[in-house]
Write a protein that binds this ligand. Sequence first.
Ligand code: MFK
Ligand code: FAD
Length: 482
Amino acid sequence: IGSFFQEQPLLKNPFTQDALLRAYLRRHLPVQDVESDLRLFGERVADEIDDLGRQCEVDRIITCPAWTLMKEISAQEGLVAAGYERRYGEWSRVYQMSKLYLYAPSAGLYSCPLAMTDGAAKVIESLGMPAREAFERLTSRDEKQFWTSGQWMTERRGGSDVANGTETVARRQEDGHFRLHGFKWFTSATDADFTLTLARIADSRGHTTPGSRGVSLFCAEVWGSDGRTNGIQIQRLKDKLGTRQMPTAELLLDGMQAQLLSAEGRGVASIANMLTLTRIHNTVSAVAAMRRIVQLSREYSNKRSVFGKLLKDHPLHVQTLTRLEVETRGAFLMLMEVCRLLGREETGGASERESHLLRLLTPVVKLYTGKQAVAVVSEGLECFGGQGYIEDTGLPGMLRDAQVLSIWEGTTNVLSLDVLRSVSKSGGRVLQAFFLDVEVRSYQKEDITARGSGQGLWEGRGLSSRVYSALLRWSSVRCVIT
Ligand code: MFK
Ligand code: FAD
């Protein structure tokens, strides 16, 4: 974090500080290697990465050295690779996302390109490896080989309504490749090596098919071997409320050479795998932001003295911290459940019920935590009094960055409609799976209390079924209102 006049809260190892994460892993993934790796990585986050995160600034698309270092760290630490090496079988995603959860709040938004990189790898894998070399680079631990990916979907006429809003046209070349012409309105982490994008294939007369059936999925390298862009003009950098650590640009595609990835006309359905992954990453960032502000607020409460005693000794302040803690714990458990289900599905161990649950819970957890991150971080800033509003502390940026979490990767209402889509496409089976899950859990009287902090204050009991019901009810209410 930044600088304080008061005695400053210290960012300590976020892994050793996180009793819930440690308890969760001890229970579900009790592997010494994982514990040691996350402990070491937590030290690296506190001692090295957090400082780099604050240095990340951009000017045009010249990124700072810290941004480049973040890319190297991401490869070295296997922040994407871990999801595909599957070293811990069905728990590999839990491991990978635990690591990203430690990383995200210190990473100067490098979590964004990693989310898209993971999503691109997932799409390539799910389509049977039509771009094997790219897949190997996207999932590499070698910093010289490692590529990041963009996700260029949004155009001026539509970010939510991609199927109707896509105007980019793809012209087939004699060698089987395509040249893309169009305008991409929002492209984040635009310094990426590679990208997935959508376009309409023109027939020999230059005509395209409207609507979803006309949209196909492409991949492309962003830079040529001469260091110049691949038929791309950077039109403008967005002047944003937050996420200022990374470039978000408007791009003119002026003959970008691209490879068709999906079947023709299956672009929207094919990119859905990317959306599943990036929405889970979004949730990681949301919950991690909540955890970080709670950790810092709690630390500060041991240091700031008001009305003759430390903040931690004022019951009303402790009540505020406790509410934030409970909210964060609920969100964390929901996130981990989704990661667990993803890991099971990817390793072939998921039952039909679990696949339905994954489909249903992914939009629910993204939309819910996107909103909660803003509320929790905002309340967290207040725990620092006036200092929470002062840029020197590094805290206001957390609130600005949280605000995007409910907008990108699908707004709250669009995701509420995605919940309805999952219900209708499955003939209601996602809901049956959900209620069965709740029933099974209440029979088992599963106690998800995580102990270990040594203070009863921080315990949260039996949240799972209540959190699930609340999230679903909340989402359904929004759908009905919509
Ligand atoms: C820090 C962490 C995160 C950082 C990443 C940040 C950087 C990137 C920021 C971005 O914002 S990238 C852009 C993100 N854009 C969106 O999220 C788009 C929001 N819009 C939607 O989600 C719409 O629902 C969508 C465009 C996906 C579909 O709208 P349609 O055209 O009304 O969909 P339709 O016709 O119902 O479905 C088309 C097909 O897709 C269907 O398959 P079939 O053709 O086989 O029937 C659907 O089942 C399938 N589909 C749609 N959503 C799906 C899905 N399949 C699985 N899962 C889903 N969620
Ligand atoms: P609109 O679709 O116009 O939405 C406007 C409002 O209408 C919203 O409140 C929405 O909830 C509501 N709405 C839309 N449809 C419905 C409906 N059917 N029913 C009810 N309400 C509805 N995109 C990329 O492709 N790649 C990127 O890298 C990228 N990076 C981004 C970075 C930042 C910082 C930001 C802010 C955005 C980024 N985006 C990116 C774009 C982002 O994904 C879109 O802005 C988002 O999906 C919303 O689309 P839109 O802006 O067209 O809003």
